[in-house]
Design a protein around this ligand. Structure first.
Ligand code: PMP
Length: 429
């Protein structure tokens, strides 16, 4: 494939944008080569500036569960834009999407909309601290909760891809309030709680992590966290930015039957526009300004275009709930297909999957936490795999620590082509 124009555009971008990108993992730095610049997208496909057509397994890193340029979403945004792009006043559509989200997600009474997943998690933690009057938080190694200071401690996603899970610029004062635990290790969480008795406001977790690859929670792990939080007056925050409105209409709470105290959303809830949200029961949400003392705000929060996209997306998902089974089945098909060809080609691998989140690890050991994900990252093999796939028209995330996001727009033909390509690319591994 030819990437001439993408390379030219990247050279121009690098002169005026740090690294040529507005979010690091887009830069292909970990896998080498220049990133592709996308001109447009439709359904399951990206079309780049050189005219290449690619089957997309990133889907804007998760939001586009129904594929690109999904008509009801695009129509809703175009129509809304005709009436003005932002007012900074309340609008009816904010209540409509809030009502729908509260209906779809178990265990929440109120939801507040923000502009990104980062804002959602940052605000959720402030709310938890305000509500409990305690300062420390527990996060898990390899989980990513956006780029606000408290979370850039052993963070996953781009932070680990670029070797900076602990970012310079985060003060020691902030870092000391973030306690680290190991995913899938209840004993370790117990120890951390014991050592910091009565000081922990909340425990934040990706209940099904997608930022160190996809990691399924072990049986009883999330339930155990719930019990530990209850016993120690700690709020349990599920960061469902990736899993929310994807693993079930009501996210992991519904799929696995474990309740959280505060939920964070992003990605799918905005239909591809910049939206995040956090939600909880009344008692907690009423701690927020203007009702309560915890301050949180946003000039563009609840923006009409973003709300129109989000509402159109949630309406589609709510009214066509068979979509959730359909994407799970597609992902299972892909899983089985890739498993078979990697076995045939004798390539050591582990595939993790929960619903429509899937990751392929080039190591043999089970990937259950950050350490095992790091041991299986096998960057040399992954980079060869990534470029082989791209060269054959399949676009997966340019990092060994990311999840593939399956969209309903992918056809079984697309999946077959992907499986055949995996077979071809890994033949000589
Ligand atoms: N939480 C999780 C679980 C995420 O995956 C992400 C982004 N990938 C975020 C938070 C941050 O969201 P955003 O990039 O919209 O700020």
């Amino acid at each position: 494939m030819i990437y001439k124009r993408s390379s030219e555009l990247f050279a121009a971008a690098q002169k005026v944008i740090p690294g040529g990108v507005n979010s690091p993992v887009r830069a292909f730095k970990a896998v080498g080569g220049d990133p592709i610049f996308v001109k447009k997208a439709e359904g399951a496909y990206l079309f780049d500036e050189d005219g290449n057509k690619l089957i997309d397994y990133i889907n804007s890193w998760g939001p586009l569960i129904l594929g690109h340029a999904h008509k009801p979403v695009v129509d809703a945004v175009v129509e809304k834009a005709q009436s003005g792009t932002s007012f900074g006043t309340p609008t009816e559509i904010e209540t409509k999407i809030a009502e729908l989200a509260v209906k779809m997600v178990p265990n929440i009474d109120k939801i507040r909309f923000v502009n990104s997943g980062t804002e959602a998690t940052m605000s959720a933690v402030r709310l938890a601290r305000g509500f409990t009057g305690k300062e420390k938080i527990i996060k898990f190694a390899g989980c990513y909760h956006g780029h606000s200071d408290s979370f850039l401690i052993q963070a996953g996603s781009g932070a680990v891809t670029f070797g900076t899970p602990n970012s310079p610029g985060v003060t020691q004062g902030t870092a000391k309030d973030t306690l680290l635990a190991n995913y899938n290790d209840l004993e370790n969480v117990k120890e951390v709680i014991e050592a910091n008795r009565d000081e922990i406001a909340c425990l934040i977790i990706e209940p099904v992590p997608g930022n160190m690859g996809c990691i399924p929670p072990k049986d009883g792990f999330l339930e155990g966290l719930r019990d530990l939080c209850d016993a120690n007056d700690i709020l349990l925050i599920f960061d469902e930015v990736m899993s929310g409105f994807r693993l079930a209409p009501g996210g992991v709470q519904e799929r696995l039957g474990v309740k959280a105290d505060i939920l964070c959303f992003g990605k799918v809830i905005g239909g591809g526009l910049p939206v995040g949200a956090f939600a909880a029961r009344n008692e907690i949400m009423d701690y927020l300004a203007p009702v309560g003392p915890v301050y949180q705000a946003g000039t563009l929060s609840g923006n009409p275009l973003a709300m129109a996209a989000g509402l159109a997306m949630l309406n589609e998902l709510d009214q066509n709930r068979e979509i959730f089974q359909s994407i799970d089945k597609k992902t299972e098909y892909l899983h089985e297909g890739i498993e078979k060809v990697l076995k045939n080609n004798k390539v050591p691998h582990t595939i993790n999957r929960v619903g429509s989140m899937i990751s392929v690890h080039f190591g043999k050991e089970p990937v259950t936490d950050f350490d095992s994900a790091a041991r299986s990252a096998n960057l040399g093999v992954f980079n060869k795999f990534f470029h082989g796939m791209l060269e054959n028209g399949i676009y997966i995330a340019p990092s060994a620590y990311e999840t593939w996001f399956i969209s309903e727009a992918l056809s079984y033909e697309d999946l077959d082509k992907t499986i055949e390509t995996v077979a071809k690319v890994t033949k000589e591994f």
